[in-house]
Structure formats: structure tokens, C-alpha cells
Design a protein around this ligand. Structure first.
Ligand code: HEM
Length: 519
């Protein structure tokens, strides 16, 4: 009897071994430089055991291959192509976009209600959504929304004094997050999320749930990335069900209230409502990029489509900008000279405008913008932008890759590569000064991604980050709080480049702050 059992166990063991290692000769066969994969972990072990984040993991792999433009790796059991060359990044993101139009595993987007959104989706569903949502982020739209950002900035101006009076040391990411949450709530949903005035507002709580950094969540995210089929077959979801329920209830309430009424302002909800009224939205098929056809595709608009877009705009809209603003303040706290220069620029500008904040902050504060650009170089929110091969593709003088192959674009690594950015660990906003900017090689700096899938909210992000930083810098000097280290360690369980510990800064009120109160 025991030998039957032993035989079954052996066969099972061999089967599992075969299934998990059968792709481990993929890069050898393609003659692409690669590291030897470890059983089950491939070359992403540190990420999988939650020791490092994705950006740093891919950087570590790339550092083994100094000049290789294409690097083969194994994400767990799955082959992944790391594109580590600016010309090839251009090809993948822009020139030959059709062949790399999907984000990694975005084929599975329909398996979860909340992932039916612009970021996670693929194919014609993504294309039609992108075409229909793009007008919401035009410059004209941003300009028309600025009054709402201005209101939020005035609230921040007030509550900041209260926060600092309670404690001069603030954990900046969470506090700035309350500002950006109110901005996105107001601009996108026409709603006062009350995050700045109420620490426990419903939106703050759901925001925390979306970006919760727990070990089970980190492991779950990694499992989904590597084995999406098994993940969904087990009935798992990336986002807790409460998030879906929250947005569904909230949106249905807003939509019900607004239905049939004349609309006071042109916000995101209005656009969504117009989708609802039309019952379906139309756009071009992705296939048109390959052939000269002009195929049109209709997308039925249902509750799930609407809820998923609201969810992604809310989630991406506040967290990314809060993280970047807090790193900017952190770097300025370490570089008092740049901080003083930024403050002088802000104050001169406000004086000229008699204390009036306005949309012009996006064009009139070049040094502050350079500080944000340099911060995004050091801390790109996504350390790796992913793609997936959508159709067989032949690289010039390189390998042929098949549909379904994962592609990683190593933003973090490229931004920290001394070949492209001398003295890469130093915060030097002047890299982005008009007289130096031409030294930056195209496609070596892409914190918002590149090509047709570039971040749709880039303009909105810059607008709210600049407004928030103006509000803070005009009246406070920021310094590192006692015990705050000069370099941060990244949170391995987070999908964004977040600090492992909080970013604690001391806010020192400036004696002449009264002269710069917003009018
Ligand atoms: C500092 C702020 C931000 C950074 C650094 C950032 C970064 C990124 C990056 C790297 C991508 C992937 C681009 C690619 O694949 O080529 C992306 C996509 C996206 N971002 Fe942002 N983002 C920011 C703010 C925002 C905001 C404010 C919103 C919405 C209001 C937003 C919504 C999105 C969406 C929906 C996508 C998916 C676009 C698509 O696949 O078509 N992001 N973002």
C-alpha cells in the first residue's frame, strides 16, 4: 500500500516541478541574457517574500547586466522581458504600441468588478474607455476645475495651522493625502469628502482600505500578478468587497439624485451620467492601429463600468499626488537652499497677484515644478510600468516574442542610472531647468509612463500638487523631524513607491506668513 502512496506523491511532485519550471529555459532558447531562476520565485524572490518593492527588485536584476538593452527574467514561474534601453522603451510604449497595448495580466480585468477600470483593463474595452474619458482631462477642463482646487487650498491653509498648533511634527503623506482626497472628491464627484476636517471621514477610511499595506494583501497582490488564473479560480479578489460596495452605494446615490436635473457643473459625474444616458459609448478598435480599417466598437455602459472608473479616479487621484508631494517636502526639508528658492518664487508670484491663487500656478512656478520633476525622478510612484505582448513581435536584430509575454519597463532603475542622471541619488532640481533639460535623453525619464497609455491624470496631478505645495511653503519652513532618516526605505507590501515609515517633518511657522494669506 505504502508504495502506491509513495508513487502518487512522487508523480505529483514531478508534475508540480514540471509545471513550475517548464518555462525556465525560455530566455536561454531566445539567447537573451538572463539570471538563473530560483524554483517558484524565478528572479523576483525578494519581492515575493515581501523584502523589497517591485522598482528596487527590477533595479537589482538590471544591475547584473550593465549594457544589455533587453534582459530576460522570470517573474515567479513566468518569463518577463525587461526593456532597459531608451530607444526600445520608445518602441514599446509609443512607436509599436499596438504590439504592447496591454498592461501586464490586464486580460483578466473583467474577473473583478473594480478592475474593469481604465488602468487595469485591456483591448477594445480599454481603447473605447480611454477615448471617451480623455476629454475630461483637457487643459480647458483643468482650468475650469481650478476654482475647486483653490477652495480646497484655502481649507488646507486653515487646517494646517490647526494641525501644526496641535503638533509641529506632522506625518506629511497622510496629511497631504487628506488635501488631495478633498481635491479629487470635489473635482471629480462634486462632493465634499471632508477629509481635511474629519480624520475619520468615510472617504479617508475607504482610501486607507484601498492602499492598506498588510502582509496578506502584499502576498495576495503578488500571487495575482504571477498566477492570475489560479488566483481567480480560487475566488480571490485584489480589492476587498467593502470597497466595491462603498463606491456602488455612493455613486448610485449621487446618480439617482442628479438624474434628470439640470447639471450645475461639468464634473466627472456629469460625464459618466451622459454615458448612462447614451446607454453605450463608441470608439475605435485597437485593430485599426495595425490595419487601415476604421472599425468602430460599442461598449455597453452598466453600473459596473461606471463604478470601476470612479474607483480608479478616486484611488489614483489622491494617493499618487500625496506620495509625490510628501517626498517633495521631504527633499526640500533636506535641501534648505532649494526650499528657500521655491518659497521665494511662490511668494513673489503671490505678491504680484495680490494673494490670489490661480490656475497660472501650473505655468508660473518653474522652480517649484522642477522640484516636483526631480522628486518624481527619485521616487517614481510606479517603480515599474508594465506591458504585455498583444501580438507576435520581432525586435530588430533581436528576439521574436509571443502574445502574452510580460514586459517590465524599469522606471526606477533608469531614473537612478548614473549613465542618464549623473550623481543619481542627489536631489538636484536644476536638472530640469530649461537650460539643462535637453541633457535628459528621451525615454529615460517617464514617471507618468509614455505613449497612448500615459497617465491620463498627469495634468490634474500637477495642478493639485502645485496648489498644495504653494499653500504649505508660503507660510511654513519644513525641516526633518527628530529621528527622521535622510534616506527612506520603501514599503515592500505597497504597489506604489511608498516609504516604509512615515515621513515626519517639523513645520516651522514663518514670522511674515500673514502677508501671504490667500485672498
Ligand atoms: C504624481 C501623480 C501621478 C503619477 C506619478 C502617476 C503615474 C502613472 C503611471 C506611471 C501610469 C502608467 C502609465 C503607463 O502605463 O504608461 C499611470 C496611469 C494612470 N493614471 Fe496616473 N499618476 C499620477 C496621478 C494620477 C491622477 C491624479 C489620476 C486621476 C485623476 C491618475 C489616473 C491614472 C489612470 C486612470 C491611469 C491608467 C491610464 C491608462 O491605462 O490608459 N493618475 N499613472
Amino acid at each position: 500500500m505504502w508504495y502506491i502512496l509513495a508513487a502518487v506523491v512522487t508523480v505529483l511532485g514531478l508534475l508540480i516541478h514540471y509545471l513550475t519550471t517548464r518555462k525556465y529555459d525560455y530566455w536561454k532558447k531566445k539567447n537573451i541574457p538572463h539570471l538563473k531562476p530560483k524554483f517558484l520565485f524565478g528572479n523576483y524572490e525578494d519581492l515575493m517574500i515581501l523584502k523589497t518593492n517591485l522598482g528596487s527588485q527590477v533595479q537589482k536584476i538590471c544591475q547584473n547586466f550593465k549594457d544589455a538593452p533587453l534582459i530576460g527574467a522570470y517573474f515567479g514561474t513566468e518569463p518577463v522581458l525587461i526593456v532597459n534601453d531608451p530607444e526600445l522603451v520608445k518602441l514599446v510604449t509609443t512607436k509599436d504600441f499596438y504590439y504592447f497595448a496591454y498592461r501586464e495580466i490586464s486580460d483578466h480585468y473583467y474577473k473583478e468588478n473594480l478592475t474593469k477600470n481604465l488602468f487595469h483593463s485591456s483591448g477594445d474595452y480599454w481603447k473605447v474607455l480611454r477615448q471617451n474619458l480623455t476629454p475630461m482631462f483637457s487643459s480647458a477642463k483643468m482650468k475650469s476645475m481650478f476654482a475647486l482646487i483653490e477652495n480646497c487650498s484655502k481649507t488646507l491653509e486653515k487646517v494646517l495651522d490647526e494641525w501644526v498648533a496641535t503638533s509641529p511634527v506632522l506625518e506629511v503623506r497622510s496629511h497631504v493625502g487628506r488635501f488631495t482626497m478633498d481635491c479629487i472628491g470635489s473635482c471629480a464627484f462634486g462632493l465634499d469628502t471632508k477629509a481635511m476636517i474629519d480624520e475619520n471621514s468615510a472617504f479617508t477610511n475607504v482610501g486607507n482600505l484601498i492602499f492598506q499595506n498588510t502582509t496578506p494583501r502584499g502576498l495576495k497582490n503578488n500571487t495575482r500578478y504571477i498566477w492570475p488564473k489560479i488566483f481567480y479560480a480560487l475566488g480571490l479578489t485584489v480589492f476587498p468587497k467593502e470597497i466595491d460596495a462603498f463606491f456602488r452605494k455612493f455613486l448610485m446615490g449621487v446618480l439617482y439624485e442628479r438624474r434628470g436635473k439640470p447639471l450645475a457643473r461639468k464634473d466627472f459625474i456629469e460625464m459618466v451620467l451622459s454615458f448612462y444616458n447614451k446607454k453605450c459609448i463608441t470608439g475605435d478598435s485597437l485593430k485599426n492601429l495595425k490595419s487601415d480599417e476604421r472599425l468602430k466598437v460599442d461598449l455597453e455602459v452598466d453600473d459596473e463600468l461606471v463604478v470601476a472608473q470612479c474607483f480608479i479616479f478616486f484611488a489614483a487621484g489622491y494617493e499618487t499626488s500625496a506620495t509625490t508631494s510628501s517626498y517633495t517636502l521631504y527633499e526640500l526639508a533636506k535641501d534648505q537652499e532649494s526650499q528657500e528658492r521655491a518659497r521665494q518664487e511662490v511668494r513673489d508670484w503671490l505678491r504680484k497677484r495680490e494673494g490670489q491663487l490661480g490656475y497660472e500656478c501650473v505655468t508660473d512656478l518653474p522652480f517649484l515644478e522642477q522640484c516636483i520633476d526631480e522628486t518624481l525622478r527619485l521616487y517614481p510612484v510606479l517603480g515599474v510600468v508594465t506591458r504585455e505582448v498583444t501580438d507576435t513581435y520581432q525586435f530588430d536584430n533581436g528576439p521574436t516574442v509571443e502574445r502574452g509575454l510580460r514586459v517590465h519597463l524599469p522606471i526606477y532603475h533608469m531614473h537612478h542610472n548614473p549613465k542618464y542622471f549623473p550623481d543619481p541619488e542627489s536631489f538636484r532640481p536644476e536638472r530640469f531647468a530649461p537650460e539643462n533639460k535637453h541633457n535628459i535623453q528621451p525615454y529615460t525619464y517617464f514617471p507618468f509612463g509614455e505613449g497612448p497609455r500615459i497617465c491620463i491624470g498627469m495634468r490634474f496631478a500637477k495642478m493639485q500638487m502645485l496648489a498644495g505645495l504653494v499653500t504649505i511653503l508660503k507660510k511654513y519652513r519644513v525641516e526633518l523631524a527628530e529621528g527622521m532618516p535622510k534616506t527612506v526605505e520603501f514599503e515592500p507590501r505597497s504597489v506604489v513607491t511608498q516609504s516604509k515609515t512615515g515621513i515626519n517633518l517639523k513645520f516651522v511657522p514663518l514670522p511674515d506668513a500673514e502677508e501671504y494669506v490667500f485672498k
